[in-house]
Design a protein around this ligand. Structure first.
Ligand code: F0G
Length: 397
């Protein structure tokens, strides 16, 4: 049965060959050319931003008609914090996505995707994950009263995320292979077992994530010059770009910010594809930032488009730089993030030195996930033994 939306027209379309489709639950690839499909929502007039959670932006979202209540845990409205010390040559802001209900930006996408899955009548969902998608899918399906199966690469998921998936009652399954293989299995299982897919190839999830752009616009009162985002599977950088492109179409901003994607050196298929035109594939991805340990990003065409059309860039950073940036953010600004979320800041020096961002520009670094997600990172922090006040005094010397 077709869903009724609040907006007069919600459709799926192919950015590559321009084919258009009416929304269907398991339709996310173009039947003509095989590319992933995007959602197009005709805004509900007048466009107003009011209320809480991602549904604050419901006039620009695929909002179901009354009768199917939107699923929400009041995600979004995350702090935008002006940096004091860590990126002095630009006007730097940190978007604290770790403040979402399950501690990452995934919650925005899950609110919308789970709402539609539920409205379409699914009772069970599936997601492959490096961890955060699993935690968020588990919480939002729990909220919606649905079952959730999450598929994880064994031994490669940070303990906080695994704990969250289990805590929220997801059925947790592990495979010996990589995340990339888990995505393939999840996609097939969605079809064969009639499960609602919650990976970022699902266009409705990206509709939720595009609200990061709307919020940045509301918080800054204008668009930033550049937005720096960690990139794994590539859904998020595209979603943020899409959000800004829509604001431009609405006449609310005059320029779409440059989208700058940052990958970990050992898992940087998109940086290679961007520079060398090679296939976006790394066979054995490896990085301490397990969230973005991805070798075959399903959203590669989306990423390349967002970066190209916004005149942005794709760069990679070494794990040592990621750990240094994670520590600097925490110890110099008071902001705790997981390793993947420190990748944008790790690229700061390089981006300024290479002229990708200019002095004085307004730059947003998207801090995608909370520090507590991954307490396993072997940083060489010192813990001191003390037996007296004098010992304590010595520590301060
Ligand atoms: N940052 C964090 C903390 C993430 O968990 C992810 C992705 C990304 C950045 C990259 O976002 O894939 O849209 O480019 N995590 C996924 C997961 C893959 O399964 O939790 P992307």
């Amino acid at each position: 049965m077709p869903l009724s939306f609040r907006s007069a027209n919600v459709e799926l379309y192919c950015l590559e060959c321009r084919a258009r489709y009416r929304p269907e639950p398991l339709l996310y690839k173009c039947r003509r050319c095989g590319s992933l499909l995007e959602a197009k929502v005709e805004p509900v007039e007048p466009v107003v931003f009011s209320g809480k959670g991602v549904w604050r932006y419901s006039s620009l979202l695929p909002t179901p008609m009354a009768g199917s209540e939107p699923v929400t845990l009041l995600e979004g409205q995350t702090p935008l914090i002006k940096a004091k010390r860590i990126a002095p040559r630009v006007e730097a802001y940190i978007k604290l996505e770790g403040s979402n209900p399950t501690g990452s930006f995934k919650d925005r996408g899950m609110a919308v995707a789970v709402t539609l899955g539920k409205a379409w009548g699914f009772w069970s969902a599936i997601a492959a994950s490096t961890g955060n998608t699993a935690a968020s899918a588990a919480a939002y399906t729990a909220r919606a009263g649905m079952k959730c199966l999450v598929l994880l690469p064994r031994g490669k998921v940070a303990p906080g995320k695994l704990f969250q998936a289990l805590l929220h009652g997801a059925i947790v399954a592990e495979i010996e292979e990589s995340f990339d293989e888990a995505v393939r299995v999840a996609e097939r299982a969605a079809w064969e077992l009639r499960l609602y897919p919650l990976n970022s190839f699902n266009p409705w999830r990206l509709e939720g994530q595009k609200t990061i752009a709307y919020e940045l616009f509301e918080q800054l009162g204008e668009e930033p010059d550049a937005v720096v985002v960690p990139v794994g599977n590539g859904g998020n950088i595209f979603a943020i770009w899409k959000g800004f492109a829509e604001l431009k179409d609405l006449g609310l901003i005059s320029n779409v910010p440059r989208m700058i994607g940052v990958q970990a050196e050992g898992a940087s298929p998109l940086v290679k594809a961007w520079r060398e035109g090679s296939d976006p594939v790394v066979e054995e991805p490896s990085t301490i930032a397990t969230a973005i340990r991805i070798g075959r990003p399903v959203n590669y065409k989306r990423v390349l488009r967002a970066v190209r059309e916004s005149r942005g860039a794709l760069v990679s950073v070494a794990d040592s730089m990621i750990l240094e940036a994670q520590k600097a953010l925490a110890a110099e600004e008071g902001i705790g993030v997981e390793p993947a979320s420190a990748a944008p800041l790790a690229a700061y020096e390089m981006l300024v030195n290479e002229g990708v961002i200019d002095r004085g520009e307004k730059v947003v670094f998207v801090a995608t996930g909370h520090a507590l997600k991954d307490p396993s990172v072997p940083l060489h922090y010192r813990i001191h033994r003390v037996a007296s006040i004098r010992d304590l005094a010595r520590l301060l010397e």
